[in-house]
Design a protein around this ligand. Structure first.
Ligand code: GRF
Length: 194
């Protein structure tokens, strides 16, 4: 069985979409894969309750408990490896990971970023796109490498920027497409690595 471990920091809507897809598209039967655990750096991440309600193992590794990024990442890796992951999925995970962590999971570490990379790496992507006068925005599913928001692209989706868009309205519209594209990209990864 291929174990997928999903890392979250907040609402976990992308995690929930992946869990739903795994169930509805029968990933266990088709790809011999399952979401084995959901892990968060935030004890109060609302997504943890969603995972528990779906019967998925959860764990919390509070980043505030660690003196350094390296110490946190080592504890996080330990929690992840308890589930023998074939794939680690960052889904609204708001921590910058150390090169040692990224190298440990090289080739099996994915992220979703709310812009059409390489445009707008980093934070506040929707506000920056609006301020730049972009006519389109979107999302990118990519392999995580040591350079932030820069790894090989697996999937993208384009979302129009409307004249009266705010960062919030654009984010809401992009999120709907994230929930469609991320599960599709993971399923494609599972097929390719079967
Ligand atoms: C999403 O916009 C995603 O692109 C970014 O985190 C935001 C929240 O994701 N990485 P979620 O609802 O916690 O999945």
């Amino acid at each position: 069985m291929k174990n997928i471990v999903i890392l979250i920091s907040g609402g976990g809507s992308n995690m929930a979409a992946i869990v739903r897809a795994a169930e509805q598209e029968r990933w266990a039967a088709r790809f011999n894969a399952r979401v084995a655990a959901v892990i968060s750096n935030k004890p109060d991440a609302a997504g943890l309750a969603l995972a528990r309600a779906a019967g998925i193992a959860t764990a919390v590794v509070p980043h505030k408990d660690f003196a350094s990024r390296e110490d946190f990442d080592a504890a996080l890796a330990q929690a992840i490896d308890a589930h023998a992951p074939s794939l680690v999925v960052l889904a609204g995970f708001m921590r910058i990971l150390t090169p040692g962590f990224v190298t440990r999971y090289a080739g099996r570490l994915l992220n979703i970023h709310p812009s059409l990379l390489p445009a707008f790496p980093g934070l506040h992507t929707h506000q920056r796109a609006i301020e730049a006068g972009c006519k389109v925005a979107g999302l990118t599913v990519h392999q995580v490498t040591v350079e932030l928001d820069h790894g090989p692209i697996l999937a993208q989706a384009v979302v129009p920027v409307l004249p009266d868009d705010t960062a919030a309205s654009l984010a809401e519209r992009v999120l709907v497409h994230e929930h469609r594209v991320y599960p599709q990209a993971i399923a494609a990864w599972l097929v390719e690595t079967k």
